[in-house]
Design a protein around this ligand. Structure first.
Ligand SMILES: [Zn+2]
Ligand SMILES: [Zn+2]
Length: 243
C-alpha cells in the first residue's frame, strides 16, 4: 500500500515542472518553458561534425572529409547508421540518468528535443516507415515503471510522423546492465535477448530503432539483427546521446 502511494506521488510529481533547475537548483523563470536554467540548457549541445558517419563517434580536432572511426572499421553492424543528439557527458549524462532511473519526466521534453533535432538534421525522415523503441525486459519495466526509449519514440513520432510499432520488438530475457561490461561482454550479454512477435509488421519496412544512449552499439545492433531477420528492409538507429 505504502509502495503504491509512493509510486503515485512520484507520478504526480513528474507531471509538473519544478520551480528550480533540475540540474543546478537555480530558480527558474516560470514563464520560460523547460526544466533547465539557460546555463544548464546550453550544455545540451547538439552533436556537431566531425563525427563518424557510421556510429556518430565525435572526433576531436579538425577534419573535413567524411570518415569512419577505428571502432566501426572492425565491426559489422546490422544497422546502416547511428544518429545521435548529443555527447553523453556532463548535464546530458545527468539528465538521462535522472529521466531513466529517477522518473524525472520533466526532463523528457529536453531529451526528446535533442532526439527530434538529430532526426531532422541527420536523417531523411521521409524514408523511415516504422519507429521501434528498444524494449526493456518485462520485469525491469515494471520495476522502473516506464520504458524511456518508448517514451522518446512516441514523442519523435508525434513530432515528425512515421508509424510507432511498440511491443512488437520484445526483450525475451533479462540482461546484466551494459554499463558494467566491456565491449565483447556487451555483445555476449545481449545475444539472442530480443525477438519479434509479428514479423509481418516489419517485413519490407525501413525501421528506426530508438534508444536513449548509444555506446558500443551492442544493444541496438542486436535489435537491428533481429529486425533484419524479420524482413526489415533497413534499420537506422537514433539515440539522444552518444556515449
Ligand atoms: Zn541549471
Ligand atoms: Zn564509427
Amino acid at each position: 500500500m505504502w509502495e503504491t502511494t509512493k509510486r503515485w506521488a512520484r507520478v504526480v510529481r513528474g507531471l509538473f515542472y519544478p520551480a528550480e533547475c533540475a540540474m543546478c537548483g537555480a530558480a527558474l523563470d516560470t514563464a520560460a518553458a523547460g526544466a533547465l536554467c539557460p546555463a544548464c540548457g546550453a550544455e545540451l549541445r547538439p552533436l556537431r561534425r566531425p563525427f563518424c558517419e557510421r556510429c556518430s563517434l565525435p572526433f576531436e580536432g579538425e577534419i573535413t572529409a567524411e570518415f569512419r572511426c577505428a571502432h566501426c572499421a572492425d565491426l559489422t553492424f546490422h544497422f546502416e547508421r547511428a544518429v545521435c543528439g548529443c555527447r553523453l557527458s556532463g548535464v546530458a549524462r545527468e539528465c538521462i540518468h535522472a529521466f531513466k532511473y529517477r522518473h524525472a519526466l520533466w526532463l523528457g521534453p529536453e531529451l526528446a528535443a535533442l532526439l527530434i533535432a538529430a532526426a531532422r538534421e541527420g536523417t531523411r525522415w521521409d524514408d523511415v516507415d516504422v519507429v521501434a523503441p528498444v524494449p526493456l525486459y518485462g520485469a525491469r519495466e515494471r520495476e522502473r515503471e516506464f520504458n524511456q526509449a518508448d517514451w522518446l519514440a512516441r514523442r519523435l513520432v508525434r513530432a515528425l510522423g512515421g508509424r510507432l510499432c511498440a511491443g512488437n520488438l520484445i526483450r525475451v530475457r533479462d540482461t546484466a546492465q551494459q554499463a558494467l561490461l566491456n565491449p565483447a561482454e556487451r555483445r555476449e550479454n545481449v545475444r539472442d535477448a530480443f525477438a519479434v512477435r509479428r514479423p509481418a509488421a516489419f517485413t519490407g519496412q525501413r525501421v528506426a530503432v530508438v534508444d536513449d544512449v548509444f555506446t558500443t552499439g551492442a544493444t541496438t545492433d542486436e535489435c537491428a539483427r533481429v529486425l533484419r531477420a524479420a524482413g526489415a528492409r533497413s534499420v537506422l538507429v537514433l539515440t539522444v546521446a552518444r556515449g
